[in-house]
Design a protein around this ligand. Structure first.
Ligand code: XMP
Length: 321
């Protein structure tokens, strides 16, 4: 079934909120529902809409998959606590790292994460909580890219002919599936979410695993996590659409303390884009690039090379996997 887009210029955020709250209430009735909050604008909006409609009958979890950025679980949970919404952190690191062991192919990684999330972690959570519905923040761009076979987004099923009820034992409700990102940001604003949420650069569902080329192991995620913090600190005021660090699989020869060092390569990407469908690299000042290289090679253990991506999307994509 073709999804009818609600374009930014047609969107009335207050009306959209009222309609979705009504729709959620009537779909869920007196049952329980559950959702995962990652802190991205999509899952934050879904959390707010769901709680407006269902109150305590919606259980919101932050799945700590071990692939998040520094301090992220605690920061997001505190932010929502301040909005009156309780979020439970579920430590699922082992489930994800076990699922990712020995996998290097990008699409297989995405599939492993999807399976760990929906089957292992959420399958159990839903069973234990008695929820019948899972809310999630799939948007129209996720559906487009998956259906076009560009990248399998972790949260798209029905459009691929997968029946979640049969496969996972619960129904999935996607209140944002008619919107693209700029429209979701308008709804977030209207819901009273913090600017840090609605103006946040996008972050992929598979989290830092989308930025590790080769096997996703805890220590490799740690390397990319440290580089990510530096890139985000340095480029926060760049005005760019999205900026990220990628860990390469191959090591290269470097020199440290006048001795040969065989270390990691980090690639920095910084994008100008409107909706992530196409993009071009930001023409960052050379001083900024210098500072990035200096900080990453001194603050992230074992990194001896930092490169800057100069390719447009297409043929590149925004993330590495
Ligand atoms: P790509 O790498 O496909 O990314 O050019 C396009 C935009 O989507 C984000 N991204 C994802 N978002 N689930 C998401 O919700 C995913 O699996 C996923 N993969 C990529 C990416 O960060 C960029 O903004």
């Amino acid at each position: 079934m073709k999804i009818k887009e609600i374009k930014l210029e047609e969107l009335n955020p207050q009306k959209f909120i009222e309609e979705k709250v009504k729709e959620i209430s009537s779909n869920v009735g007196n049952d329980l529902a559950i959702n995962a909050l990652s802190g991205g604008v999509d899952s934050s909006v879904v959390t707010m809409l769901g709680h407006k409609a269902l109150g305590e009958r919606l259980k919101t979890c932050f799945i700590n998959n071990g692939l998040m950025r520094e301090g992220e679980p605690e920061r997001i949970v505190t932010m929502f606590k301040n909005l009156g919404i309780n979020v439970e952190i579920i430590d699922s690191k082992d489930a994800f790292f076990n699922a990712l062991r020995n996998i290097t192919d990008p699409e297989e990684k995405r599939e492993a994460i999807t399976k760990a999330f929906y089957k292992d972690v959420f399958g159990k959570l839903v069973k234990n909580s008695g929820a019948k519905y899972l809310f999630q923040g799939t948007i129209l761009t996720d559906v487009d890219e998956t259906v076009a076979g560009i990248k399998r987004q972790h949260n798209v099923f029905e459009q691929l002919g997968i029946d979640p009820e049969e496969t996972f034992g619960y129904r999935i409700i996607e209140p944002l599936v008619q919107l693209r990102k700029p429209a979701v940001r308008e709804v977030a604003k209207a819901l009273g979410l913090h600017e840090e949420i609605y103006n946040r650069p996008p972050f992929p569902g598979p989290a830092l695993a989308a930025r590790v080329i080769g096997e996703v192991r805890p220590e490799r995620v740690d390397t990319v996590r440290k580089a990510t913090r530096i890139v985000e600190e340095e480029l926060r005021d760049s005005g760019a659409f999205q900026y990220l660090a990628i860990l390469h699989e191959d090591k290269v020869t470097g020199i440290r303390d006048e001795k040969r060092d065989f270390g990691f390569q980090i690639e920095v990407r910084c994008w100008e884009s409107k909706d992530a469908r196409t993009g071009r690299p930001t023409r960052l000042p050379y001083d900024t690039l210098d500072r990035l290289a200096e900080r990453i090679t001194t603050e992230v253990p074992d990194v001896v090379s930092v490169t800057y991506n100069i390719t447009t999307k297409p043929p590149s994509t925004i993330e590495a996997i």
